[in-house]
Design a protein around this ligand. Structure first.
Ligand SMILES: Nc1ncnc2c1ncn2[C@@H]1O[C@H](COP(=O)(O)OP(=O)(O)OP(=O)(O)O)[C@@H](O)[C@H]1O
Ligand SMILES: [Mg+2]
Length: 549
């Protein structure tokens, strides 16, 4: 459509006007009015199409990233920050899909067609002028490639900077109480100002390079060529080798051709630049996936123990903390307490049991089957896990209890609330189970968060319950409630409880005492007290503390 109107002009000037054909002139005028209307209609269709394609690409990327990240093995996931993940899923995927594909790649085809079409028409009109107009092609292509590569490097540092900002804000608001209590508002503000200043500089560079190719091309080269074409064309008209209509048509094609060419070149710049975003996305998409083990747990035989660690060794990373030769057995229905100093490796035992990390040697058996022979889904079905911290979603209490399933029998929720000693809390809530809880349990006490997590585990109805007690010390009443909740949980279940308060596990059948990644004692609480080892020492220390209190 863009190619049509100059031709209408040319025909009016060269044919209709000289021959005095008014009827023809009127038709040509009608054509000149109708063409842009049709063009506008087609344009809207094109816009719609490219927006849909761009959006589809962005969403497909976002989906892929989400799947990859949510299933990446923890050691790999620990190497990327949450700021990187969030920034890439939200912004970079959008830039690749909506901006690059939608606004650059899809229109590239019509822009290239326009460039080609215009130059073909120009060459047909007058081949010498056509070729003069084309001298800009090679230098501008080289230029756009060069600018694009510089823009790409700038862009990758801009991405890194934005990700740091994201990370910073998340951390800041997660620790808002610390910030205020330490009177750090000023300090944080100056940190944020630093970030903003760096961002301003990044952006300024980015924009300068981005515009460089455009300015150089449109203002400098464009006008130069326009002058050459016009001069040469005027000479030809004077010599009678060319009509005025041809020259006018030619001159009016030129800006259109260059506008389209500029868009093509811009796509060239952007395609270099977007590589930074693509690399960032690719880094996450190429994360490995958790090993999907195979096989299925056979019907639970009561003959095999529920859990068995056989000489298990593991380390998080080279030269890091390691556990060595850990062995223990938990029969179905038993209650095992795990205790030991902070950093002894207690939580690590659960990490291994849940398949978050893979032991370096030894084997872990669940229901008599090596967990490496189970699928991860099958393995994790055996457990209800209560992690050490952060286990509240910003959603209703009912959602938190039923997680991840929405359609849990309300009777079951009520029972879990009762068993987890949460009835007082629920009675005090304004909207009962539908009450919204704050982010990370912001409007709950530590003990309440813990009992909500226990209730959630009770709702899950898995045969083995793993509880990693929060380090927060509990008052006597809360502790009593916790013990009652655990007693309720123990009914018909196998229980593994990591405890900091020894009182929590005094009812346990057996206790595993860990120190620096090794089992130092293993037996019933009474046996361990008689033995007067580490457990006895810890017990005495806690009793002493209580006596003082
Ligand atoms: N993801 C990890 N990467 C590297 N090292 C880790 C990781 N998680 C824990 N560690 C290290 O492993 C050691 C044992 O950690 P673990 O969480 O098992 O201790 P814990 O006995 O549960 O301590 P606490 O009583 O304080 O909860 C610690 O020294 C810790 O620094
Ligand atoms: Mg721990």
């Amino acid at each position: 459509m863009s190619l049509v109107s100059p031709l209408l002009f040319k025909t009016a000037l060269d044919v209709a006007i000289p021959s005095g054909n008014t009827a023809m002139l009127v038709w040509l005028l009608v054509g000149m009015v109708v063409t842009p209307v049709v063009q506008a209609g087609l344009n809207s269709l094109q816009e719609y199409g490219r927006a849909s394609i761009g959006e589809a690409v962005a969403n497909e990327l976002r989906r892929k990233l989400f799947i990859r990240v949510i299933q990446a093995p923890l050691p790999d996931l620990e190497r990327v920050t949450s700021g990187q993940i969030i920034h890439r899923i939200t912004r970079e995927c959008g830039r690749v899909g909506e901006v690059f594909v939608g606004q650059e790649v899809v229109p590239l085809f019509s822009n290239m067609a326009l460039v080609l079409g215009t130059f073909v028409v120009m060459v047909l009109l007058n081949w010498q002028l056509g070729f003069i107009a084309m001298v800009v092609f090679p230098p501008s292509f080289l230029l756009s490639g060069y600018v694009g590569r510089i823009a790409r490097d700038l862009d990758s540092s801009l991405i890194a900077h934005l990700e740091k900002g994201q990370e910073y804000l998340q951390e800041l608001f997660a620790n808002i109480k610390t910030v205020r209590a330490f009177n750090a508002v000023e300090v944080e503000l100056s940190r944020w100002d630093d970030w903003l200043e760096k961002h301003r500089r990044h952006k300024a560079h980015d924009i300068v390079y981005h515009n460089l190719s455009r300015v150089l091309f449109s203002d400098v080269i464009n006008n130069l060529v326009l002058g050459m074409v016009f001069g040469y064309g005027a000479l030809q008209v004077m010599n009678g080798d060319m009509t005025t209509g041809d020259l006018i048509a030619f001159i009016s094609y030129l800006p259109r051709a260059y506008a389209a060419l500029r868009l093509v070149l811009n796509t060239h710049v952007e395609s270099e630049k977007i590589k930074a975003a693509v690399q960032a996305i690719d880094q996450l998409i190429s994360l490995p996936q958790e090993t999907q083990w195979f096989g299925a747990l056979p019907a639970r035989s009561d003959k095999s123990p529920a859990i068995e660690f056989r000489n298990v060794s593991f380390r998080y990373r080279k030269d890091g903390f390691h556990i060595d030769g850990v062995s223990f057995t938990v029969e179905w229905g038993e209650f095992l307490g795990i205790v030991g100093p902070s950093g002894a490796g207690k939580s690590t035992i659960f990490d291994l049991l849940l398949g978050f990390y893979v032991p370096a040697s030894g084997s872990i058996m669940v229901g008599g089957v090596d967990i490496r022979l189970l699928s991860l889904v099958e393995l994790r079905k055996q457990f209800a896990f209560i992690p050490q911290d952060h286990h509240i979603w910003r959603n209703s209490l009912a959602f938190n209890l039923a997680y991840p399933h929405g359609d849990v029998d309300p009777q079951l929720l009520r029972r879990a609330v009762r068993d987890a000693q949460l009835e007082d809390l629920v009675a005090a809530l304004p909207h009962d189970l539908a009450t919204e809880l704050g982010e990370r349990g912001a409007n709950l006490s530590g003990g309440e968060c813990q009992r909500i997590a226990i209730a959630r585990a009770l709702v899950r109805q898995a045969p083995i319950l793993l509880m990693d007690e929060a380090t927060a010390s509990l008052d006597a009443l809360t502790e009593l409630r916790l013990r009652k909740a655990l007693q309720a949980a123990a009914e018909g279940r196998t229980l593994l409880v990591i405890a900091h308060r020894l009182a929590t596990v005094m009812d346990a059948d057996k206790i595993l005492v860990l120190q620096a990644g090794r089992v130092v004692e293993y037996g019933s609480p009474a046996e361990l007290l008689r033995r007067q080892g580490l457990f006895y020492e810890m017990y005495q220390a806690q009793k002493l503390k209580e006596a003082k209190a």
